[in-house]
Design a protein around this ligand. Structure first.
Ligand SMILES: [Zn+2]
Length: 326
């Protein structure tokens, strides 16, 4: 993959382009953005640019040289990214790997995915090598939010924010990645997954989308059911799937937004559950709807910050039922 194929994020691409054109990287880069925003893809692209053999720096990664053609490159090592917390032992192994001299390129690239899942001990262990990094190493860290990392780690990295992408830009990439999917479905999924191309692809590929379509109307109805039991039962289905939870929360926001639009006399509806939006508009006051919308937004933020999912779902039920006055 080349930088041009990475959707949106013009400022990030310019910043990285300047480093590549100069043929010089800092010792550590920190890619900060929410899950699904493309941090891993960008990290892989940076790593390829660092090991690419194309003599014209401005064309790196070229995609055609021997280094770019390798499926796995011996000078690119990845740690983390499997969802498990990064322990101090993992960081010790990373440190050992970092001192190995590069095989065939000027850099040894150490990708540390989901760096925010490092334990405090692991962060301290990483700090030691960031303070005096071997000259040949380029660290590429990814994280949800740099506030979850030690300030001393952040200050030793060049931080590059990776953002969700506007629909028009996302469409260019999504058409290529999901050529069989209808544009209307892509657009709805783009809205539901907050412009994160990675999550749209994951959501549509893994059948999460069908579950979102099924769950959003049921949950919208359960907000105002006589007891909290239906909502509790439905949220239990979200327990093991964070992408599904994201999609459902975003879907509920669209239903609530539509309900408000209907109360104010109509307009273009965006949600996948217009009947439920109509019903909520008839049953709840505008104030209740606004309060529900605020609650779902706050819950979405809490969810992004890696809160324990079971606790999160219990909180979700209580907050939403209360906001709906049920
Ligand atoms: Zn190349």
């Amino acid at each position: 993959m080349q930088f041009g194929e990475f959707a949106g994020n013009v400022a990030a691409k310019q910043q990285l382009g300047a480093m590549i054109d100069a043929g010089r990287f800092p010792h550590a880069l920190l890619l900060e953005g929410e899950a699904g925003s493309g941090r891993r893809m960008l990290a892989a692209c940076i790593a390829r640019a660092a090991v690419c053999r194309e003599p014209d720096f401005t064309r790196r990664p070229c995609g055609v040289c021997a280094a770019c053609q390798k499926t796995t490159h011996p000078d690119i090592v990845t740690f983390g990214g499997d969802g498990a917390a990064l322990s101090v032992d993992t960081i010790r192994r990373l440190r050992e790997e970092a001192y190995v001299l590069p095989n065939e390129s000027p850099y040894r690239v150490m990708i540390l995915a989901q760096a925010h899942t490092m334990t405090p001990q692991a962060q301290n262990a990483l700090l030691k090598i960031l303070e005096e990094p071997p000259a040949h190493v380029l660290f590429v860290l990814t994280c949800n939010n740099r506030s979850q990392l030690l300030q001393t780690i952040c200050s030793r990295c060049v931080c590059i924010p990776v953002s969700p992408v506007e629909w028009e830009e996302a469409l260019l990439v999504l058409r290529r990645l999901l050529p069989q999917t209808e544009q209307a479905v892509l657009q709805q999924a783009h809205a539901l997954f907050g412009g994160c191309v990675g999550r749209v692809v994951e959501g549509l590929n893994e059948g999460v989308w069908q579950q979102v379509l099924e769950l959003v109307p049921l949950m919208a109805a359960a907000l105002v059911a006589p007891t909290e039991w239906p909502l509790l039962q439905l949220t239990a289905r979200l327990e093991k799937d964070k992408t599904l939870t994201d999609g459902v929360l975003a879907g509920l926001q669209l239903v609530l937004r539509d309900a408000l639009v209907l109360q104010y006399g109509g307009g273009r509806l965006l949600s996948t559950a217009p009947k439920e939006a109509q019903s909520l508009a008839g049953r709840l006051s505008g104030q209740r709807l606004v309060s529900l919308l605020e609650q779902t937004e706050q819950l979405q933020q809490a969810h992004k910050h890696n809160m324990n999912n079971t606790l999160f779902l219990t909180r979700l039920c209580a907050c939403l039922r209360q906001a709906a006055g049920s």
